[in-house]
Design a protein around this ligand. Sequence first.
Ligand code: SMG
Ligand code: MG
Length: 366
Amino acid sequence: MIKGFELRRIAMPLVSPFRTSFGVELDRDVLLVRAVTDTAEGWGECVAMSAPLYSSEYVAGAAEVIKRFLIPALAGVPDADPRRTEAPFAKIKGHPMAKAAVQTALLDAWLREHGLPLAAHLGAERDRVPAGVSVGIMDSIPQLLAAVEGYLAEGYLRIKLKIEPGWDVAPVRAVRERFGDILLQVDANTAYTLADARHLAKLDPFDLLLIEQPLPEDDVRGHAELARQVRTPICLDESITSARAAADAIALGATSVVNIKPGRVGGYLEARRVHDVCAANGIGVWVGGMLETGIGRAANVALAALPGCVLPGDTSASDRYFRRDVTDPFVLDGGHLAVPTGPGIGVTPDPDALREVTTATEWIHV
Ligand code: SMG
Ligand code: MG
């Protein structure tokens, strides 16, 4: 029986500002969800940012949707089996990040009750995953080169550069020339239009693994056209809102590799289906990131251990983001992160660390 949920807001300063084409994050305002059943507890992290700039969701809105619509929709649901959330949540349109946070908290509780690790439950085959790092837009190329040099020295196996018009070919060229044959990719977060195709083709000589989401979220056909005009493989992030959207984008030739984010598709059950639909079509996937704390990271690292994840993810170590994580920190070991082995997501927040960063808590009965 599900008793209720605690919604907890925490303020987590980032160790360095993270600038993208849509804004700059200085600290994370994170919503954590703790599910309480009569036999277990579980945690989920909402990946919505403070403002609706990556997608339409934002953290205060997600908290409101969870309180007013998602938790009430669970009345009468007999246990924490996360599959039971899918039908009631499907009636509520949109809000995948809010849904994912609640479903993951239940999934964690349910797996803990059964003594099952999330990685095993999802069908993971690896006990460690290669780590990439996403590097924000900087004020200057020397500053970018210093940041990339630091990450490579720490052992990161793949570098992703955030790009936007005015910060694309030059930084890519500089990183390629300075660091040679590293695994390198870029992410535009929808900052271009199809009219920029010829400009984006200037990235072709740099042998990038992929260019992530160059065009708007709803311009799937534009991505298919762009794919015909550039050699760099196109990877969709924002556009892939479900397994069905993934199947459509693949059928149109709009994506040749896919970034999976459970928050963007409504949870780990749907994320697993995105993985499966891509695998069935011979499309590789990798796990993205939303600057998560150790709670969200633990579950992402489990997902990244699935066999269809063919590239290093944006699953970086805790110290890339925070001075002190709320869980035991994820640390880089030879460029890899260990997949948690305990039941559920395999980590729990440290009560002291949590208390220090908590700005509000609220208990909601089902
Ligand atoms: O978690 O290391 C991370 C961030 C990875 O670049 C990253 N995420 O579009 O893929 C993306 C962005 C979205 C979040 S930007 C605040
Ligand atoms: Mg992205």
